[in-house]
Each structure stands twice: as C-alpha cells, then as structure tokens.
Design a protein around this ligand. Structure first.
Ligand code: MN
Length: 437
C-alpha cells in the first residue's frame, strides 16, 4: 500500500500509510501558531485532524459526543474505544493512500491547510497522563539488577515468575521527547558512610521501556480479563524511565523506588496504535512456572519491535548506539500487566500510562540501562569519539528509537530524546526560587 505523499513511500520512513500514529502538534508560525490540535503523521508531514473533522472527512460516528480532534490532548478520542479507533484509522488510510478517497488529494486549498511539513510543527505530550505505573517485566533486566544487588542465587525475587511486579509512579513529571531533564538532587549514602548527605545524583541512568496507553477506562471493583485489557489499550509509545541509581539504592527498601524515579519520565510524541501493530504480534516467552488463570494470555500479546538507544555527549559530533534490543524480550505483556492492575478492583482511566519495565536483551549489547551496560559502574563504556561513561554526565543526550519492520515498510515510533542539565543549585532550590532566576 502506497501513499500519494511521496515521502511516506521511502522504505526507511517510519510513517507510511500503514502507520497512522496519533499526536498533538502546534505550528511554529502562522495565525494558528501555538494552538494545539490532534494530528497524524504521513512521511515527512503532519496532518491536521481537527480540520479534517470540521469539514466532515473524518468522524468518530458517535453523534452525542461532539468533535474530538480540535483539542490539545487525545484523551477524548482515546476514550471512545476500538470501533471508533478503527473507523477513524480506516478513513485516514483511505484519504492518504494512492488510490483511495480523492477528497483531500484533489483539493489544493484544503491540502494546503491540512498537510503541514513536519519541520513547521512542534510536538507536545500526546495525551493528558492520568496516572503512571511502572512495571518490571524484563527478565534479563531483573536478573542483572538482582545479581548486582543481592547475588546470583537470589537474583529473581520469589514472586517474579508469578506477578507482573510494578509500582505507582508520578504522572506529573511525564514529559514529551525533547524536554530537557534536570539531574535530580537527593539523599545519598555511600555504603561505608555513617550519615546520608543531600546533593546531585552521581549515578544517573536511563531505562529503555515501552509505554502502553490506556484508552478505555474500567470500573472500580470490576477486574478485566487479559483479552479485555488488550482491547482497552489504545497504543504504545517509547518511554525512558530516568533513574537515579544512588538515590534508589538508599531509599528503596521496603516500599520501592520513590524520588529516584519521580523527577522525570520521557515519552515519544507519537502514539503508535495497537491496530497498526497487529501484523507484528508475538507470544510472550515460554512460562517457567504456570501462571494463575487470570494472567493467562488468550493469544500473542507482545510485538516484534526493534529498539535502540543512542548516547551523545555535548562535545561529540556523532551519537553512539549503546544498545540494540527488541520488545519481545519481556516476560509479561502490557495486557497482562493491565489485567493484573485491575485484579484487585483498581479502576483504570483513559490516559493511564503503563511502563513495561526495562527491556534488556540476553547479551550486553542489548542491555537497556547503563547500570547493566557498565555492570554497576565497574565496566566503563567507550563512546565513538573516545569518551568513556559509566553513568550519564551533564550535557549528555540520550535517544531511544523503535520500529516494527514489515515487508517493504516500517512502523516507526519516532524518537524519545532528552538532554541532561546540571542539578539545580541546592541553595536556591531550597528557597524555591529556581524558576524565577
Ligand atoms: Mn522502570
């Protein structure tokens, strides 16, 4: 399937007509400058969905709901469910493919208003994050971290093969790709120190994850099955769960990570829909221990998605790829995690974000965090310009990329990037004046 927008047909384009991702953009200039609206991407352009909806070329088909795309967030559209998502996706494919509906293709004036070169658009958070939960579903990651913290014999916690373990994170500091991230300050205590001190994190890390975006809400007191959970998921984003390892090591027992993860989580601006990923479904790995019935999968629930991490210092001319792995390295799918989340009766809402857990492959070249790549800081990593790293330094830029490879096309996730800024000055921070300086 080809598009009449040529840039979408290049084999390396992440946004062919098969993708149809959803995001929020504003324009860099013009009368509508700064107005956020819902968009999709095709090749090197974004497509204004608010305008297409106004002129009747796309519609949710839900009469009493009103327009959903002239909004600064996708939550209303996401709440409407699979039938509506499919209806809008199908209409957009028809409008953008080579021999489909010509209403946009052959209307020069409309085309001018609706099809915007990507370089003229600014991408924003695609949805209002309701709540953010982070899981721990990568077996290699859990084994690596457990080996470093507790020894090889106790690497996997006893519950790990039975429960998709998670913790409730912060929605307030989920930011879109490109947003700079301050190095956090926090309580630190060296193992041999008598007292903790307060200061900048010295072991700042990434976690390569995928985020599942909940579209349809569930009700309090009503658990959902894995199959129902899968249908509730609108789509997926790349997610970097920035982590302060030294703050984490001191604070995490017994309630888990707190400030070590609360300062920032970055996501990519495009939500890649579950519908676009259907051809890439893959089963979770063989179960080592049988799962309880409520967690059993009725079919393949993971996806074959290639993932990469790049690191670039402020002085380097080129980035270094520091990890290559695949989403299939997870032990639990997002649908299983979501079903587990509701199993107690917990209500899930439109806009809830579920982090997969760090996705590490079996080899060092596929580890999804610097903690693992540098094995706790003992084995520095060499970047292409000769610099060495154990953890992240100020000015470093970290970029996640992902794509599912089809025959002659790829479903791209775009990128999820963030640059680290020096920690806020502790003195001025305590006075609360940082943002006024
Ligand atoms: Mn994480």
């Amino acid at each position: 399937m080809k598009s009449w927008i040529e840039s979408a047909n290049k084999p390396e384009s992440g946004f062919p007509v098969q993708n149809i991702p959803f995001g929020i953009a504003s324009l860099k200039a013009g009368p509508d400058e700064d107005v956020r609206r819902c968009v999709t991407a095709i090749g090197e352009c974004v497509v204004d969905l608010a305008k297409l909806e106004t002129c009747g070329l796309i519609s949710t088909g839900v009469d009493d709901f009103g327009p959903v795309f002239d909004k600064p967030e996708l939550n209303d559209f996401m709440s409407l469910g699979n039938v509506v998502w499919k209806r809008v996706r199908t209409a957009l494919i028809e409008l953008l493919k080579e021999d489909g509906n010509s209403a946009l293709r052959e209307n020069g004036e409309l085309r001018q208003q609706v099809i915007i070169p990507m370089e003229n658009a600014v991408m924003h958070l695609p949805f209002r994050i309701a709540e953010y939960t982070d899981f721990y579903a990568g077996r290699q990651h859990a084994t690596n971290v457990g080996t470093m913290f507790r020894g090889a014999e106790n690497a996997l916690p006893p519950n790990w093969l039975h429960i998709p373990i998670g913790y409730n994170g912060r929605a307030s500091t989920v930011v879109v790709s490109g947003t700079p991230v301050y190095r956090p300050n926090g309580q630190l205590k060296a193992p041999d120190a008598q007292m903790p001190h307060f200061g900048p994190c010295k072991r700042l890390d990434i976690e390569l994850e995928m985020g599942a975006v909940v579209g349809v809400s569930s009700n309090m007191g009503e658990p959902v099955t894995v199959a129902q959970a899968d249908e509730m998921i609108f789509g997926y984003v790349l997610l970097n769960d920035w982590s302060a390892r030294d703050i984490q090591a001191w604070e995490y027992q017994p309630l888990g990570p707190f400030q070590a993860k609360a300062f920032a989580t970055s996501i990519s601006p495009w939500i890649i829909t579950r519908l676009a990923l259907e051809p890439f479904r893959v089963s979770t790995p063989e179960r080592e221990k049988p799962l309880l019935d409520y967690l059993k999968e009725p079919g393949p629930m993971l996806y074959d998605i290639n993932l990469e991490v790049e690191m670039q210092s402020s002085t380097a001319s080129t980035p270094t790829t520091i990890s290559r792995t695949n989403y299939t390295n997870l032990y639990y799918s997002a649908a299983q995690q979501l079903a587990h989340h509701t199993s107690s009766g917990c209500k899930m809402n439109t806009g809830d974000l579920l982090g997969s857990g760090t996705i590490s492959g079996p080899e060092k070249s596929g580890f999804g965090s610097l903690l693992e790549i540098s094995w706790g800081g003992k084995e520095p990593l060499k970047l292409e310009d000769g610099e060495e790293r154990t953890f992240i330094e100020d000015g470093d830029k970290l970029t996640l990329r992902g794509w599912a490879q089809g025959e002659g096309y790829r479903i791209g996730f775009g990128e999820c990037a963030g640059t680290i800024l020096p920690a806020p000055d502790i003195g001025s921070n305590q006075k609360g004046h940082r943002h006024e300086n």
